[in-house]
Design a protein around this ligand. Structure first.
Ligand code: 5CA
Length: 446
């Protein structure tokens, strides 16, 4: 992409309405524009990151054997009357009446709708286990939408639902989700710690929230510092293996880690004092097992092996896809701007022509631009007439992890500069060397 033909409306001034750094940087980097409280347009740069995050979520969901689909945003109220949640949900639900006077709502979550789909189409235990998911916009009329995409009213969520014959099978689905979420967040460059939480309006006893530690997080959390030493890494795992999923769940959840809703001072006090931590965190996902809470009232049963009807055991599992942009920026920035982890960067590399209009730098940039495309590396090429200082400031603000700088002095020796946004370190090398280096770096993030 050539910057001269792109739409990147960066702001020089720090927007006064933004209270936290991720919100400020998303506005300044021209990623989002507020349309009304808690509702945003995704401008091209922000949309690219959103798509990267969605892609990682899709890949990891499907790796775990979960099936993608898409349900509508508008739902009939009658489904929610069946589960009893239409009245219970409260003012966070946006209720709408259509021209036929039918009660509708903008879905805040999809348990009822997916249960309806499954009950209409599945009748035997032989069709189980089944986990369906989608990535779809949700609406919750939050009392205090704030912090940009972090607490929106309209936001993008991955929500998945498992249907199983027994509690035991459903708990395997729960464990499998926990494992796949660990992988998902690590691919985004995040450490998200599973913590015991409260299930709120979704219901059920078993639930974990995934929290990214950050001073600006909305949740108060209490944990044993030993949990921060755990990483999933690149282990190969068999998602059908009950033992493997269980042992990973155990590894990641046996240390004390809870949100304030479930915090227990007495148990916390048993942790050696030097490992006791109180901090703040951003909730980037939550998994639930709630058994037959929806299947019983909605009559979602299958014929079991003995021919008798059995209500389905269910759970639901959410990832805050749009919130993740905020969480990733909170965890990855400096005073110049964003520092994207390689896994989610909107472009793999920025290319800066230091002397626009100069035939040598221009043709070198064109050559590098073409070679990067051949290597399937996406590039934002600053071919504008801006001064070098302004170009660097924009690149630093939008946070591409790597930058290739092309200037007449280096080119005289056949060299360009490859700079890491994270360390600020620059190395002079040949254009081919720089491209080779980038291919190596990104080979680990495909
Ligand atoms: N049905 C279940 C799981 S599919 C559910 O709705 N879970 S949830 O309420 O925990 O939401 C899932 C994730 O969506 C949360 O962990 C959070 O990361 C994200 N989320 C929730 N509310 C908002 C909001 N107002 N703005 C941005 N993200 C949100």
């Amino acid at each position: 992409m050539r910057l001269s033909r792109y739409f990147l409306p960066v702001l020089k001034e720090t927007p006064a309405e933004a209270q936290i750094v991720s919100h400020r940087l998303m506005l300044r980097a021209g990623m989002i524009k507020q349309s009304s409280a808690g509702i945003y347009s995704w401008l091209p740069l922000g949309y690219r990151v959103l798509q990267r995050i969605e892609q990682i979520v899709h890949e990891e969901q499907q790796r775990a054997g979960h099936i993608p689909m898409l349900m509508p945003t508008l739902q009939p109220a009658d489904l929610w009357r069946e589960s009893g949640r239409y009245d219970a949900y409260g003012p966070e639900m946006l209720r709408i009446r259509d021209r036929q006077d039918r009660d509708m709502l903008y879905g805040p979550t999809n348990e009822e709708m997916i249960t309806d789909i499954v009950r209409s189409n599945i009748s035997s235990y032989k069709d189980l286990p089944l986990t369906l998911y989608h990535i779809q916009w949700k609406f919750r009329d939050e009392m205090r939408p704030r912090f940009g995409v972090m607490r929106g009213r309209e936001f993008l969520m991955k929500d998945g639902y498992n249907f199983d014959l027994t509690k035991e099978d459903a708990l395997h689905a729960y464990n499998r989700h926990l494992v796949s979420y660990l992988r998902t967040y690590e691919r985004m460059g995040l450490q998200a710690i599973p913590m015991r939480a409260d299930s709120g309006p979704i219901g059920g006893e078993d639930t974990h929230e995934f929290l990214v530690l950050a001073e600006t997080g909305e949740s108060e959390v209490f944990y044993d510092s030993a949990v921060t030493d755990l990483t999933f890494g690149d282990r190969e795992i068999d998602y059908d293996s009950v033992e493997q999923c269980q042992s990973i769940l155990k590894e990641f959840t046996s240390r004390y880690a809870r949100t304030d809703e479930t915090h227990d001072e007495a148990v916390f006090a048993e942790i050696p004092e030097e490992r006791r931590r109180t901090a703040r965190g951003i909730e980037v996902g939550q998994i639930f097992y709630f058994g037959t809470k929806y299947s019983e009232p909605m009559g979602a049963t299958v014929q079991g092996p003995d021919g008798k009807p059995v209500p389905l055991h269910m759970g639901s599992h959410g990832i805050g896809v749009s919130r993740l942009l905020g969480a990733i920026i909170e965890a990855n920035h400096d005073d110049k701007g964003i520092i994207w982890p390689e896994g989610v960067t909107p472009f793999h590399v920025g290319l800066v022509d230091l002397k626009p209009g100069d035939a040598t730098t221009g043709s070198a940039c064109e050559g590098i631009y073409a070679e990067l495309a051949k290597a399937s590396l996406s590039v934002l090429y600053d071919d504008t007439k801006e001064r070098p200082g302004a170009k660097f400031a924009t690149m630093d603000l939008i946070g591409l992890p790597w930058r290739i700088t092309v200037g007449p002095r280096g080119l005289a020796n056949g060299k360009v500069e490859l700079t890491s946004r994270r360390t600020g370190e620059s190395v002079e090398m040949s254009p081919e060397g720089a491209i080779r280096r980038l291919r190596e770096v990104y080979a680990a993030h495909r």
